[in-house]
Design a protein around this ligand. Structure first.
Ligand code: PLP
Length: 425
């Protein structure tokens, strides 16, 4: 996917310098082959290996019409969390019946939009939503498939901000007997719900399978209790996403099968032991599918060397196009794309151009001696970069380009100043 040709970084055979010249910087660049490769791994290690399964892409990682169309062609599902994501998917012609709707506070407008579109599943996030959605379904005279997102009370080994399965979480239905079982009974008996089963998402950028396994054990107990108490066989179980990727040399991600095989083995043997039919199983990874497929290109501007202290290398973007370092200290690696194989003799901080001291994209980066006008390429920026971009300091949102087999094409145009202010009255 990435190579070096006469000192210049290439992506699927296309020079990074050429991309910057054609589309400008900052720029999001995706390798389509890498996205397809990731989908293929999921296909081989999950969809083809285990029957009665499906995989959805957590759209929040890179929600674009391009991505929706690619996933539709590849037979994947989508997980959306807002009316805007749903709108994007429907605009792209993505079939509503293959869309799951997550989120801890879906508005009436969003829910009605989903019901009218014929959404595949709604993942009910709390009991308040359970009772409220029922009224909307009655008004809309429709039946909807639902799952319960539960909080399995496990703590993932990742940044606290992206550990989402703890008891004290805004996401999911708590497991307290007095809450979960009445809710299950209610869903089973409701005329507007086709209750399918349970969902969890325990956290993101996970480098171990233990958290998923602990959460599965919790769900297995729920499946059994649901059978015993209500004589109801759970039909579906969604194990969420969270599979870690390689951002820096320190990251050692597991293979998807290292997560999936122990989970499936446990689920299947539990069902066999207790005489239960194994439910349909789904997953919804985001970062795993697009993270490593994306890079960001920036132009180097001012370089500020504070003798004996630090060298700040400023680029023409920052926390507006990649919020993750400022948001939760995410780490990245980068090179000078036009000097890709020259010795790295400098240690610098890459600073964004926003008026916040926390707008530092990379700290203590070993880099070829940078100069004004150089092109900086930051790796593994394909997930939660473009989708978290914003207009702070009235910086415009960069363009997005896809590269495939030595060809490149624009999939999102750079925002203009006029577009940025056009909604202002
Ligand atoms: C409900 C849910 N599913 C899936 C994901 C995707 O997570 P990841 O990109 O780490 O795979 C998220 C991420 O926030 C999520 O909240």
């Amino acid at each position: 996917m990435f190579n070096i040709d006469r000192h210049i970084l290439t992506i699927e055979g296309v020079s990074a310098v050429e991309l910057a010249n054609v589309y400008g910087t900052p720029l999001y660049v995706y390798s389509e082959s890498k996205i397809l490769e990731q989908l293929d791994v999921i296909r081989k290690s999950f969809l083809e290996k285990y029957d009665n399964t499906h995989a959805a892409f957590a759209c929040k990682a890179f929600c674009t019409k391009y991505m929706c169309r690619l996933l539709e062609n590849e037979g994947f599902w989508l997980d959306v969390v807002s009316g805007g994501e749903l709108y994007t998917a429907l605009e792209a012609g993505f079939p509503a019946e293959r869309i799951e709707f997550n989120g801890n506070n879906k508005s009436d407008e969003e829910l009605i939009m989903a019901l009218r579109a014929g959404i595949g599943r709604i993942v009910v996030d709390n009991t308040d939503e359970l009772y409220h959605l029922e009224k909307l379904c009655e008004i809309e005279r429709c039946v909807v498939k639902i799952l319960f997102r539960v909080t399995p009370e496990v703590s993932a080994k990742t940044h606290d901000y992206i550990s989402t399965g703890k008891k004290d979480s805004k996401f999911g239905i708590p497991l307290d007997e007095a809450i979960i079982f009445p809710a299950i009974e209610y869903a089973i008996q409701s005329k507007v719900y086709d209750f399918l089963g349970f969902h969890f998402h325990v956290g993101s950028q996970l480098m171990e399978a233990e958290t998923h396994i602990s959460a599965l054990d919790v769900v297995l107990k729920l499946i059994l209790e649901t059978k015993k108490r209500f004589d109801f066989s759970v039909k579906d179980f969604n194990l969420g996403g969270g599979f870690g990727i390689k951002y820096t040399a320190d990251d050692t991600p597991l293979k998807i099968s290292d997560f999936i095989d122990p989970l499936m083995e446990r689920l299947e043997s539990f069902c066999a032991t207790h005489g239960l039919v194994r439910p349909h199983v789904s997953m919804e990874p985001g970062r795993y599918i697009v993270g490593e497929a994306g890079i960001q290109l920036y132009q180097v501007g001012n370089i500020k060397d504070i003798p004996g202290v630090k060298c700040y290398v400023s680029v023409d973007g920052g926390m507006t196009d990649n919020m993750r370092p400022g948001l939760y200290g995410a780490k990245y690696e980068a090179i000078i794309a036009n000097k890709a194989d020259l010795p790295k003799t400098a240690v610098v901080d890459i600073s964004g151009k926003c008026c916040e001291s926390t707008d530092i994209l990379i700290k203590d980066l070993r880099l070829t001696k940078p100069e004004r006008g150089d092109l900086l390429a930051v790796f593994s920026t394909g997930a939660y970069g473009y989708t978290m971009s914003n207009n702070y300091n009235k910086l415009t949102i960069p363009a997005v380009v896809v590269v495939k087999d030595s060809n490149h094409r624009l999939i999102v145009r750079r925002q203009s100043y006029a577009e940025m202010v056009e909604r202002e009255i």
